[in-house]
Design a protein around this ligand. Structure first.
Ligand code: WQD
Length: 325
């Protein structure tokens, strides 16, 4: 099968590329390299430098004939989306609509969207299933929801079958260290902890210790990126084989607190990792945990690498190598 990954040079994209290539598929990588890394591109991939805002570049890449595409080219910084919404409406909404319409013109049959738990907003019940109310708390989450809604129409009107994969907190690295690319100036917890571990950052600021959780710090559903990647392969197979669109959560269903992540990181790295408590971050819910029962039942998807130990060790291994420790 031929699969073209938009945003395929990013953190998740490179792991998705690896999963498809491991089973013998032809993988294309389409990326503007604004944050994706050429070093991460798997040998043997067909590479297109392009932007989802450039229709000519989209047409040229899609003209090579692809059975399915995976859309990983949206911007994803929730905080930034609240201060620079125009950046997110242009890339995430206009860019995604460009991509969807060009895929239809090119006769692409399957479209996998990297969606997000951010579309749900503050949980009204836990664990979160796919029917949970969708009230995104940030503009980034709204853009992901908007793309899902457009895909629902294109499924009806143009028979574009899609899989919307609602990631919870993506984490970890490929276990044999093939992926070395680190995110520049990360905001997510685990890379921030690792930067404090290697001394690139003075301290980890823990946003709040007074939440109604096991230890007062925020609890999230961390899912290993290799588990996520395998979910993409299963999703492409499913929508093409069944000519049916699906929307599923991809989460580990285990809730880990900030302090649990910090303590495991100190244990695995053997480093002190300075940390201090500060006030809550606006928009942060106390706890976000998924049920992935729908993905289990429909795709046969079960996380295999998402234990706390596996996530922290695979991440530390990459930071250790990058900083020659
Ligand atoms: C996790 C926990 C923070 C940083 C975000 C996006 C979401 C998705 C995943 C793309 C929270 C705490 C964090 C720090 C801290 N992205 N924290 N100090 O906010 O759950 O989700 O990434 O799909 O859309 O919103 O992830 O890693 O920022 O926070 O205490 O320096 O760690 O309060 O409890 P989040 P996160």
């Amino acid at each position: 099968m031929k699969v073209l990954l938009f945003g395929g040079a990013g953190y998740i994209g490179t792991h998705v590329a690896l999963a498809f290539q491991k089973r013998g598929d032809t993988v294309g990588i389409y990326d503007n390299f604004s944050s994706g890394l050429r070093d991460n591109i798997i040998p043997g991939s067909v590479v297109y430098e392009g932007d989802i805002l450039n229709k000519d570049q989209l047409k040229a890449a899609l003209a090579d004939g692809w059975d399915a595409v995976v859309h990983l080219a949206a911007f994803k910084a929730a905080g930034e989306s609240m201060t620079r919404p125009e950046k997110y409406s242009l890339n995430n909404i206009t860019g995604s609509l460009n991509l969807i319409t060009e895929c239809v013109s090119a006769g692409v049959k399957g479209f996998v969207l990297s969606s997000s738990a951010a579309i749900y907003g503050e949980p009204t019940y836990l664990p979160i299933d796919e029917e949970h109310p969708k009230n995104p708390e940030n503009y980034y989450g709204y853009t992901k929801l908007a793309i899902e809604r457009h895909l629902e129409w294109y499924d009806k009107l143009k028979d574009l079958r899609f899989a919307a994969l609602r990631y919870f907190n993506a984490a970890g690295y490929d276990s044999n260290g093939d992926m070395m690319g680190l995110e520049n100036s990360p905001a997510n917890l685990i890379p921030v902890v690792m930067e404090a571990a290697v001394g690139k950052r003075d301290t980890l600021q823990i946003f709040g210790d007074d939440y109604d959780t096991k230890d007062g710090t925020g609890v999230r559903d961390y899912v290993h990126v290799t588990d996520l990647a395998e979910g993409h392969v299963m999703a492409v197979d499913y929508i093409l084989a069944n000519d049916e669109s699906i929307t599923v959560n991809l989460g580990s269903e285990s809730g880990l607190s900030v302090l649990e992540i910090l303590q495991e990181s100190r244990k695995v790295s053997g480093r002190e990792i300075p940390a201090n408590f500060v006030g809550r971050r606006a928009g942060d819910p106390a706890k976000l945990v998924a049920t992935s029962k729908k993905a289990n039942d429909i795709l046969g998807w079960y996380p295999k690498y998402s234990s706390l130990e596996s996530i922290i060790k695979s991440t530390w291994d990459v930071y250790k190598k990058n900083f020659n420790l």
